[in-house]
Structures are given as structure tokens and as C-alpha cells.
Design a protein around this ligand. Structure first.
Ligand code: IVH
Length: 659
């Protein structure tokens, strides 16, 4: 090595060490001035002697590499995640389940980082690839962006081959800075740090990720045995020694449920003051030998679980109750409140379902209400703070007329309906539903465009969607539309004609026929004509359909107007046949009950296998049960099955059933 090369290596080592102290240990070791001087000197040398540039040079972190597309990455070991649990009972169940196989198991407890999981591959200690989780088997190559994350070592402290997994995240501080800048540039704000991190690693241009100040917390080795590691705690220590940021100050250790709960309570208190978002606690059986014994179900490891913190509740003031009309004519009261940040995003409305719900809650405009996001997604009003009511607020009153067309509303069970089939709100909602992602999935035909097209008279009936190609020239004249967007829209409409029966069935908006029922009907009847002609009794007898749904289906197809619509759609080329997915669904529409202790299968494993084949697994035996699968010492469910004459499978018969 000549002197220049030596100096370059010296600078790299100084800068990387300083970065490690700053970004991993949160403990700056040199001044900014010193850092800048070293950096500039290195940059100058690299410009002059590009052939001497090293793979772990910190100058690689600035980004600048732009890729055309994300390459696929096949994970050597599947990137799984854990099952989620939400309360103490589920923790107890998990610990009991583990104890059955591993009576002396202990646990590492780790903050559940709220970002996105990433995989890093090192060869001889040099970072060669970074990838997203994707579907767990195939992810996307994000090496160019990962290299910009300063807490990710470009070179490890040991020259080994290794895969490291952890969470790519954005700190609360960087998130705020990022949104401040976006706001100044009139760009749409990120809802939360997780979305911001995910959006940043999915950039083709790495200089964008470089600016976003992402971070990486290492927490998992897929092949710890290769390094003679025997426990998860040792894995974490090993990762720290390699140069990774780990949560070593926050991670914990527990022997039983009590210690687990203490850790969770403690972390919940610290949560607000942490520099990053967490959404729970990850529990992992510590001994890797125990982990191996516990193994995996078809989907998730049995040796770990993710406890999620309860949804955050925020107080706000109810400004208005606004009534909307759904596609079935159902009227929904909605709470409109002062916008508040809940679980990482700004919300200002939540459904109040129906009149009974509002009366039961005694919700009044002007009330202080607490709001949370159910499942961290859908906003809901949890409670009305009646003790904080100061003035005489008016009681909730249900409207009597449709807010869109003025028709008198009709009450059916708990809900009010506008029965005017020509009500514009109903029409627009039914069109939106028809084109939406879960139904015909017509890209470019979202809510706003449908409203505009309806008001302009291009689409008033569902079938008009497929007549849009006749208006191509007119559409291109519209503001915001060009030839390209119109072509894309028309192509998307054309593609939607080939959807399988269940999509169009769900899209038609038959009352009570949601995604699941549509799938059951489609796979049972195979084409729309068979459904149109299906007698009520036959429909009732299909598992999961029942009388209410069956009657609704019959009433829809007994209406001549709907038959005309289906004929029109057929003439326009829309497919009404069931196109099997290729995946075996031979048990669709069947219901199984498991009883007694099974030997070969774990109960949840067999449940999953049956469900994957389309079956439903329930806990009680009824007339509708297809068969009962009995293990050792079956209980009363077995007796009931015998009494009802329901088919019985022994565990050894299952193979045949599944074959
Ligand atoms: S271990 C087999 N440890 O939460 C799962 N995951 O279900 C190995 N996560 O998708 C992952 N913090 O993205 C692990 N300390 C932690 C974690 C963590 C966050 C994420 C991860 C995974 C999900 C767990």
C-alpha cells in the first residue's frame, strides 16, 4: 500500500468510526469541523485516484445512484413475521403453548420497531445487498438506498459472510423535519414515520433516500447457528459487536408472564419519550435450541409473537354529524370533528353507524369525544366525555328525509334507507363500488372522476362505463385529461372485462353479498346464469349463506332491471364465468369442526390448511357442518356429530381429504 492509499484508508477509518459513534452510539466523538475536513480530504483523494476508492468509503453514502427499476430478490431464508396479539390473555396462552414443548423456556423482549423490515447481505464483511421483505419469499433490491443509511455499516468488524435483518425506520425528529420540508414545497405530507421510511426506500434515485435520514435497528439473524450462537440474546450481542445499532438499552429478558407484563408496562411508559416510533413488544423464546423444537406453523414461527400496544386514544370536539347515503341507500351518520393526530395520521371523521348507535352513545354536537383507530386503521369514536359537557347541547336527532334527493327514509332493523333507486347519491356510490379496487379494479376511475362523469352525463348506469370508449374524443377535452390518461383509463376498463365472476358479482352491489359471499357463490355456481336460476332453498343450504343473504340474492335477480343490466354487460364483453385461480379450493363452502387432541397436526396448523383449501373451521357442530375431525379423547362435539349423522374423519383419514 502506498502512502496515498494508506492515508485514504486512515480517513475512511476515522470517518466511519466517527459515524458509528454518532449514528449508532448516539455519542459524537469528533467535531463537525474535523469530520468535514476528513471528508473533504477523502473526497479530493478519491476524485484524483478513483481506482483507489474503497467499498466502505463513506462518500458512497451521499447517494446519487439512480436505478431504472427494482430488481427481484429471492430471500435465502423466508422473511416471516410473527402473529399479533393484543392482551394479557393472549400472552398467557402463548406462554402456555410454549411451555408445553419447552417447559423451561425464557424470553427476550424487544421493542417492536414501527418501520419496515429489511435484509442486508454481507460478503467477507462488505455490504453487498439490501432488500425489502416483499411477500416474505421475494423482495426488492434496495441496495442503492440502504447504502445511504448511516447506521448501517458498509463494512463489518469481522470479514464474514452473513445475512442481517432489522427494521428500516425514520426517527420522530427526521420525520418532522421531512414533513416540514414537504409542507414548504407544497408536497403531500407523510402520514407517519413508517410511511415516510417505506416511501423513501422505494425511490429509484438514492439521493432522495440519502436526504431522508433513515435509520436501521438490527434484531435478527436468520442463520445464527453458523456463528455458534445459541440464544437470541447472543444474536443481539453479536450484531452489536459487528457494528450494528441494536436496542440493547431497551431490550429485556423474562422468565414468566409476570415479567413479560412488567416489561410491557414499563416500555409503554417510555414509549412517548423514545426517539422512534414503536407499536408493541416482540417476544422471542431465547434459546435457539428451544426455537428449533417449537418450529413454525405454515405461516409463522411458533417461538415468537408480537404484542401490539392498544390503539392510542385522542380527545377532540364533535363539530357536526353529517349524513351520507351509501350504494344500498343506507344512511350513515358520520362524526365530523376537529382534526387530530391519531396513530400517526390526521383524522377528522368517523362513522357513527346508525341512529341506535348515536342514541346509545348519546352523542351531541359540541361534545368532547375520544377517538382511536380500530386495528390502527379505521377511525372510531370510543367515548363521549359527558362529564365535560358544559352547555345544553341538543340531543341527536335522526333525519327523516334523504339528504341528497329528499325522499322519505324507511327504517329497516337498525338502519334507515333511501329507497329512491334514482337517488344520485346511491347511483354514484354504486358506480364507485363497481369500479373500486376490490371489485372490478378499474384504475383511473376513482371517486372524484366518477362523480364528475356522472354530473357530465357520461356515466349514469354501470353499463355506461363500458361505453366510455365511444366518448374518447369528449373525454380528452376535459380538464386534467390528456390522450395518455384517457388511453390508460380505457385500457383499464377493457382489462376489467376479464375479471372472474366473483369480482363482478361483488361489484354489482347485491345487498349482503360482500367479497367472501361472492367468492363462495362464484366457486359453487361457476357462472352467473346458474346463480340467476338458483332456487332460494338451494342458496340457503350453502354454507355461510343463510336465509337473509339467500333472500337478498333472489330478490336482486328476480328484479328484471338487474337482469337487463347483466345482459347489457354481457353484450359489452364483461365476463361472468368463474375463472379458477389454479389454487386448490376443493373445500370451498364446506365447514369442519376439530375435536379431541390431534397428534400429527397442531390444531391451528390444520385449521390453516383447511382454510387454505377454502373450508371454514368452526367450533360448534350444527346441521351445516360438513364433517368433524376427531382426535384422541373427543368431547361432546363428537357425540353431537353422531347424533346429527354428520360425517366423522379420524386424524389418519385427513391425508386423504387433503390429497
Ligand atoms: S424479529 C420471524 N424483532 O415486526 C420474525 N421483528 O411480526 C422475525 N419488528 O415483520 C422478526 N421490531 O418487521 C423482530 N425487535 C424486532 C422487531 C420486529 C419490529 C417487525 C418486523 C416483523 C414484525 C414482527
Amino acid at each position: 500500500m502506498n502512502n496515498i492509499e494508506k492515508r485514504m484508508q486512515e480517513l475512511i477509518d476515522k470517518i466511519n468510526k466517527a459515524s458509528y459513534e454518532y449514528y449508532v452510539n448516539d455519542n459524537p466523538s469528533i467535531t463537525d469541523q474535523e469530520y468535514d475536513d476528513y471528508y473533504r480530504e477523502l473526497l479530493t483523494l478519491e476524485e484524483k485516484y478513483p481506482e483507489l476508492k474503497k467499498e466502505d468509503s463513506p462518500t458512497l453514502r451521499v447517494g446519487g445512484k439512480v436505478i431504472d427499476k427494482f430488481e427481484k430478490v429471492y430471500h435465502k431464508y423466508p422473511m416471516l413475521s410473527f402473529d399479533d396479539i393484543f392482551n394479557e390473555d393472549e400472552i398467557i396462552l402463548f406462554v402456555e403453548r410454549v411451555r408445553k414443548t419447552c417447559p423451561n423456556a425464557t424470553y427476550t423482549l424487544e421493542p417492536k420497531m414501527d418501520g419496515l423490515s429489511g435484509s442486508l447481505i454481507y460478503e467477507k464483511g462488505i455490504l453487498v445487498r439490501g432488500a425489502t421483505r416483499g411477500d416474505g419469499l421475494v423482495g426488492e433490491d434496495i441496495t442503492h438506498n440502504v447504502k445511504t443509511i448511516k447506521s448501517i455499516p458498509l463494512k463489518l468488524n469481522k470479514p464474514i459472510d452473513i445475512e442481517v435483518r432489522g427494521e428500516i425506520y425514520m426517527s420522530k425528529k427526521s420525520f418532522e423535519e421531512c414533513n416540514k420540508e414537504r409542507s414548504a414545497n407544497n408536497e403531500q405530507l407523510f402520514a407517519n414515520p413508517r410511511n415516510a421510511a417505506a416511501g423513501s426506500v422505494r425511490q429509484l434515485d438514492s439521493s432522495i433516500a440519502a436526504k431522508r435520514n433513515l435509520d436501521f435497528m438490527a434484531y435478527f439473524l436468520p442463520n445464527p447457528g453458523d456463528y455458534s450462537i445459541k440464544t437470541q440474546a447472543e444474536s443481539l450481542k453479536f450484531l452489536k459487536d459487528l457494528g450494528f445499532k441494536t436496542n440493547y438499552k431497551l431490550n429485556g429478558y423474562a422468565k414468566d408472564v409476570k415479567e413479560i407484563i412488567n416489561y410491557i408496562d414499563d416500555l409503554a411508559i417510555k414509549r412517548k419519550s423514545l426517539p422512534f416510533e414503536i407499536d408493541g413488544v416482540v417476544l422471542k423464546v431465547d434459546s435457539l435450541f428451544d426455537e428449533e423444537k417449537l418450529g413454525f406453523t405454515q405461516r409463522v414461527p411458533r417461538w415468537g409473537i408480537a404484542y401490539k400496544f392498544p390503539a392510542e386514544e385522542v380527545l377532540t370536539t364533535l363539530k357536526e354529524i353529517k349524513f351520507t347515503v351509501g350504494r344500498t341507500g343506507k344512511i350513515t351518520p358520520n362524526a365530523i370533528f376537529n382534526p387530530v393526530h391519531v396513530a400517526g395520521s390526521l383524522v377528522s371523521k368517523a362513522t357513527l353507524h346508525n341512529e341506535d348507535y348515536c342514541i346509545e352513545k348519546d352523542i351531541r354536537v359540541g361534545d368532547i369525544i375520544s377517538v382511536r383507530k380500530a386495528g390502527d386503521v379505521i377511525p372510531e369514536v370510543v367515548e363521549v366525555k359527558k362529564e365535560r359537557r358544559t352547555e345544553n347541547l341538543s340531543k341527536f336527532e335522526m333525519i327523516e328525509e334523504c339528504p341528497m334527493c329528499g325522499s322519505k327514509l324507511i327504517k329497516i332493523d337498525a338502519n334507515h334507507y333511501c329507497k329512491n333507486t334514482l337517488c344520485p347519491a346511491r347511483k354514484i356510490e354504486s358506480l364507485i363500488h363497481f369500479a373500486s379496487r376490490d371489485t372490478m379494479n378499474i384504475e383511473g376511475l376513482g371517486e372524484r372522476i366518477i362523480e364528475d362523469f356522472y354530473n357530465l352525463g357520461f356515466i349514469t348506469e354501470i353499463s355506461d362505463i363500458y361505453l366510455l370508449p365511444n366518448h374518447k374524443e369528449d373525454l380528452m377535452e376535459l380538464e386534467g385529461f390528456g390522450e395518455k390518461s384517457v388511453n390508460n383509463l380505457l385500457e383499464s376498463i377493457e382489462i376489467s372485462k376479464n375479471n372472474s365472476l366473483e369480482k363482478v358479482l361483488f361489484a354489482l352491489g347485491i345487498r349482503y353479498v360482500g367479497k367472501k359471499t361472492a367468492k363462495i357463490l362464484a366457486s359453487y355456481y361457476k357462472n352467473i346464469d346458474n346463480i340467476i336460476n338458483a332456487p332460494l332453498e338451494e342458496l340457503i343450504n350453502i354454507n355461510d349463506i343463510g336465509e337473509t343473504i339467500a333472500k337478498s340474492i333472489r330478490s336482486y335477480f328476480d328484479n328484471q332491471k338487474n337482469i337487463v343490466l347483466i345482459d347489457d354487460l354481457k353484450k359489452l364483453g364483461v365476463n361472468f364465468e368463474y375463472l379458477s385461480t389454479g389454487k386448490s379450493e376443493k373445500l370451498t363452502g364446506q365447514t369442519y369442526v376439530l375435536t379431541g387432541s390431534l397428534i400429527k397436526y397442531k390444531r391451528d396448523e390444520l385449521t390453516k390448511i383447511l382454510e387454505d383449501l377454502g373450508a371454514k373451521v368452526t367450533s360448534s357442530v350444527t346441521k351445516k357442518t360438513t364433517a368433524v375431525i376427531v382426535g384422541d379423547k373427543p368431547g361432546s362435539k363428537y357425540d353431537k356429530a353422531l347424533k346429527l349423522g354428520i360425517k366423522i374423519y379420524k386424524e389418519e383419514d385427513i391425508e386423504e381429504l387433503l390429497a
